[in-house]
Design a protein around this ligand. Sequence first.
Ligand code: SF4
Ligand code: SF4
Length: 132
Amino acid sequence: MMIEVLCRLWDRIHSGKQPHSRGCRSCGHCCDLYGGYLHASDADLKRWRQLGRDDLLALVNEMGWIWIDPEKRRRGDPCPFLQRISPDEARCAIHAIKPDMCRDYPSLDHGRHCVRGIYIPRQTSPKDPTLH
Ligand code: SF4
Ligand code: SF4
């Protein structure tokens, strides 16, 4: 609840940002950089179990790290769900049910500025077509 209030306040403070410095471009650069170092939340695991997404659950290791190939068992591999359309455009193949870490990126800890320095308002709907 407190996080929600802070996010709304933060969005209001940044509402005057020029269009070029606000809003996700769906470039996928953050996914390229961090997609191999994600952690599933309890809510992610519950959601995927309810949806019967054993394919996703199979890529979670015993410590909760994702996406871990069961044979290689190492972190740092590219996210298998990033679909690159061009060097500057990408899609998430599991956008509607992607991990909370992806949904929350960039967090308040990052000042809601992504790796490109762009201000990203909090996503309000999983149907939002942008990556973040
Ligand atoms: S959050 Fe930033 S780096 Fe990530 S896809 Fe959007 S514009 Fe690109
Ligand atoms: S799950 Fe989706 S949003 Fe998360 S790193 Fe992979 S492609 Fe990006």
